[in-house]
Design a protein around this ligand. Structure first.
Ligand code: SAM
Length: 236
């Protein structure tokens, strides 16, 4: 099996449930049509590194540590962007495990797939939304979501958490890392992030949403990157 088909071949959206994997031909098609993605998607890595002051690595490392990620586990990152958390996880355990990144933006997934090819690693990236995860029940041991939960409308957060709960194995963990918009920081002052929150939304709201979705041993607190927080829980 070729490297490309190994990378893309795992991704089998059932009945095209909101997911579109364009496989190996995808990159070639993109090259012909040019990249029509929005500016923020095309330049995400550069912009994110500036805004996060180079702390993206610590952000992803912290999320994996909270999830107690270790060799042999199946990891899903929803809203994976250009794939850095998944690629970090893969290299951390020398490829021993299953690694999937999903994002609703095709331009992000295209970049993630290119990185996977460059690094010659066996990971899967696919285009799908958090509320329609194209995998069977109880597929993943850990699901992570970094810097994406605040992008979602409340109904999509609820439906997304139900989907994550569905695809986690019993005992599996969800780790959500996001901006503590109650804290004064460069990131919380960006357009779209000025929420007027006076309390940390991860502690005040997201933790409760996890409980409502059926997660247990829910906890929330400060992430090791200042201005970020986490909420996490376990599927019983
Ligand atoms: C700020 S970026 C974070 C990317 C990456 N997780 C990181 O840590 O750098 C947020 C990502 O969430 C994705 N996103 C937004 N809504 C989504 C949805 N409904 N389902 C999946 N991904 C979504 C966006 O396309 C974007 O790539």
């Amino acid at each position: 099996m070729s490297l490309a088909s190994r990378i893309h071949g795992h991704f089998h959206p059932p009945d095209d449930a909101g997911a579109h994997d364009h496989g190996h031909a995808h990159a070639a098609v993109d090259d012909q049509r040019g990249d029509a993605s929005p500016f923020w998607v095309r330049h995400y890595d550069r912009v994110a590194r500036i805004v996060a002051f180079g702390r993206l690595d610590r952000l992803h490392e912290g999320a994996l540590a909270l999830g107690e990620f270790k060799p042999g586990l199946a990891l899903l990152d929803v809203g994976c962007g250009t794939g850095d958390l998944i690629l970090r996880a893969e290299s951390q355990v020398d490829g021993r495990g299953t690694f999937v990144g999903l994002d609703v933006e095709r331009g992000m997934i295209d970049q993630a797939k290119r990185k996977a090819l460059d690094h010659q690693v066996d990971v899967t990236f696919g285009e799908a939304s958090i509320d329609a995860i194209p995998y069977p029940d109880e597929t993943f041991d850990i699901v992570t979501s970094s810097l994406m939960f605040h992008h979602l409308a409340p109904e999509q957060q609820r439906d997304g958490l139900a989907e994550i709960h569905r695809v986690l194995t019993p005992g599996g963990r969800l780790v959500v890392v996001d901006i503590n918009t109650a804290k004064r920081s460069v990131i919380s002052r960006l357009p779209g992030h000025r929420t007027g929150d006076t309390t940390d939304p991860l502690r005040a709201k997201v933790a409760g949403q996890l409980r409502d979705a059926g997660f247990e041993t829910v906890s929330a607190g400060s992430h090791l990157v200042e201005s970020l927080s986490y909420a996490m829980g376990t599927k019983p």
